[in-house]
Design a protein around this ligand. Structure first.
Ligand SMILES: O=C(O)c1cc(=O)[nH]c(=O)n1[C@@H]1O[C@H](COP(=O)(O)O)[C@@H](O)[C@H]1O
Length: 273
């Protein structure tokens, strides 16, 4: 039987001793044509899979190629499933409830059952419900944007008049949703940028049963050695993702992508609590 997303990730972290999430964000400008992009992306996926606890295709790069891109995305997801790799669909979706239902149907059910989706809570906490429900019913997961990795996140995510930042209010909702579920980690996780290492223990404590997704390793400047605060004892509870830093570690060299994934994995392992 297939494990639900959060358990599948945690199981893979323990079995393979890795908490790296390989991001697959293929940029057409790096390639001769979409066929070349497809081939390289699938090669990077296969080469880095042994070092990865999960894989995270960013939908924007596939959507940018229209129908061809969507076909490539489906192939990437199917290849990941064949390799036993949990898939995080990075789409940052969010909309009023009835529209959210359609997004949830498209990305968390059917062929994408068991996958996780990044979701944007900006329209209100009720709008998270269709995603959470679809994830729970289909053994999937959601990662709610709590504190994103970009420098200008504080425009909206910083402290407001109540004293609690928007990030902290979203974190409280993630914790509340997680508390509704049984098991070690809940289906509702959270994005917290790896670029905010000093904040990680705080958010870890605010969302004790959430799987945290930490983007920003490599290209955005985050360092594996600063990220221990996101993990629980035993080195579970978080995934650290790098996209450009793996896929384009040295141009299109697939061996370099594999080596970069291995190095990130080892650097993370060396600081685990
Ligand atoms: O949800 C995400 O994964 C995400 C959240 C965030 O706060 N910052 C962030 O960079 N990301 C995604 O993580 C990836 C980062 O790519 P690299 O900077 O190349 O590793 C991109 O696909 C981003 O969309």
């Amino acid at each position: 039987m297939t494990l639900p997303f959060a358990q599948a990730v945690t199981e893979r972290t323990r079995t393979l001793n890795t908490r790296l999430c390989v991001g697959l964000d293929p940029r057409l400008g790096e390639y001769r044509d979409p066929a070349h992009l497809r081939q390289h992306t699938l090669e990077v996926l296969e080469a880095t899979a042994p070092y990865a606890a999960a894989v995270k295709p960013q939908l924007a790069f596939y959507e940018a190629l229209g129908l061809t891109g969507m076909q490539i995305l489906e192939e990437v997801c199917a290849a990941a499933r064949t390799l036993g790799l949990p898939v995080i669909l990075d789409a940052k979706r969010g909309d009023i409830g009835s529209t959210a239902e359609a997004y949830a149907q498209g990305w968390l059910t059917g062929r994408h059952a068991g996958a996780a989706l990044t979701v944007n809570p900006f329209l209100g906490f009720q709008t998270l419900q269709p995603f959470v429900q679809a994830a729970r019913e289909n053994g999937g997961g959601v990662f709610v944007l709590v504190k994103t990795s970009n420098p200008d996140q504080a425009d909206l995510q910083g402290e407001g008049r109540s004293g609690a930042s928007v990030s902290e209010r979203v974190a409280a909702e993630v914790a509340r949703l997680g508390a509704e579920e049984e098991g070690e980690y809940a289906s509702v996780g959270a994005v917290v940028g790896a670029t905010h290492p000093d904040d990680l223990p705080h958010f870890r404590a605010l969302m004790p049963r959430a799987l945290l997704l930490l983007p920003g390793l490599g290209a955005q400047g985050a360092k594996a050695s600063d990220l221990a605060g996101a993990f629980h004892a035993g080195g579970t509870g978080a995934l650290v993702s790098a996209s450009r830093g793996v896929q384009y570690a040295a141009g299109l060299d697939v061996a370099a992508a594999r080596a970069a994934a291995q190095t990130f994995r080892d650097e993370l392992n060396s600081v685990m609590p």
